[in-house]
Design a binder for this molecule. Structure first.
Ligand code: 5GP
Ligand code: MN
Length: 339
């Protein structure tokens, strides 16, 4: 395989550390059996990154296992290879772990808990774009300028001049499309579009991702959103907005908890909102809080205050208490931020 000569400084891949990219690729090429991990409660970027990279590595004769603590949401049924995602790593040894879209092993949830003996000691490459990520590998490619982990992987493959099959391109473009809400979010840069263009040339079609992800809704999802939106509340002159997604709402609408995807962004788009929070009740665990902010409020810093993390505009955390306590404690803290 040929490595591209050092690119022009305005080349799409200029922002990536070429040495790190080559070190990551060397680890992958020297491995026979590779486990690719998507973080718990997986989104399109975690799944698309893991499946896309797995498919590229298979073209090099690698045996790849894609694993995630939680099964993929039904929404992603169109993603090539989605049915191969395992919720367990099995007993077979792996030569290399590639941890995707989160920079801390605990973010891989139950998968990490069950396979600590392996994951604490395995050779690991970590690829992620979250500002709060410390890196959990011996090679860490943490690029916060990328809108998606799939954008980083695409840029890496461009830099390495590695061919991308159509199926791999669809997976990676799914990651970019879902983390930018179809190129709408401010994290979208010219480079994001260049990576997407590269994937389109490999055969991926944005409309075939946008339609199932953003246009086609199940009746249960529409009903769930109805319940959540009907319960929106606001304070501080409308600058703070929040709502709850309760177990009762899930039962009434026949929906599953993963159908909340997109709801927090919908809340921050309410005119005048500067901080939005969605409080999600969980029958079998602590409530989860999703945060969205506009400038100058830092969602990642607020989430970090409660033990979570994420991006400047979008972050989340698990609240170690009841839903009622979460509402009381977190809303008081958010109001304070807005004073
Ligand atoms: P969401 O609100 O959509 O679940 O998450 C928003 C962003 O914050 C995502 O990029 C997600 O990876 C990150 N995030 C959500 N929950 C947590 C958490 O508990 N810890 C960390 N470190 N990041 C989180
Ligand atoms: Mn991501």
């Amino acid at each position: 395989m040929m490595l591209q000569p050092a690119g022009r400084s305005d080349a799409p891949t200029a922002g990536l550390d070429g040495e790190q990219v080559r070190a990551a690729w060397a680890l992958m090429m020297n491995a026979g059996r590779i486990a690719l991990l998507a973080h718990e409660h997986p989104d399109g970027d975690a799944l698309g990154s893991a499946l896309g990279l797995a498919q590229v590595l298979r073209d090099f004769g690698k045996t790849c296992v894609v694993a995630c603590a939680d099964p993929p949401p039904a929404l992603y049924a169109f993603v090539p290879g989605i049915n191969e995602v395992q919720t367990d790593l099995g007993a077979e040894a792996v030569d290399l772990v590639v941890a995707l879209d989160a920079g801390d092993l605990s973010r891989y949830g139950a998968l990490y808990e069950r396979h600590r003996a392996l994951l604490d000691h395995a050779r690991t490459v970590n690829i992620d774009h979250h500002v709060t990520s410390r890196g959990c590998g011996e090679v860490n490619i943490i690029d916060v300028a990328s809108a998606a982990t799939a954008e980083i992987i695409t840029l890496m493959l461009m830099q390495l001049d590695v061919a991308i099959s159509r199926d791999a391109a669809v997976c990676l473009l799914t990651g970019i499309v879902t983390d930018t809400r179809a190129f709408e979010f401010s994290a979208t840069t010219p480079r994001t579009l260049e990576a997407a263009a590269h994937l389109m040339r490999a055969g991926a079609v944005p409309a075939e991702i946008v339609k199932p992800v953003y246009r086609i809704n199940s009746l249960a999802k529409v009903r769930l959103w109805g319940h959540v939106l009907e319960s929106v509340e606001s304070a501080v002159d409308g600058r703070l907005v929040w709502s709850c997604l309760t177990e009762e709402m899930l039962q009434q609408s026949g929906a599953t908890a993963d159908l909340d995807d997109g709801l927090p962004s919908y809340l921050i788009d309410i005119a005048g909102a500067q901080i939005a929070a969605l409080f999600k009740e969980h029958a079998d665990g602590y409530p989860r809080v999703s945060l969205r902010t506009v400038h100058p409020y830092d969602a990642a810093a607020i989430a970090a205050h409660f033990g979570g993390g994420g991006h400047v505009r979008a972050a989340g955390f698990t609240f170690q208490g009841t839903l009622a306590d979460a509402l009381r404690v977190v809303l008081a803290y958010l109001e304070q931020q807005l004073l």
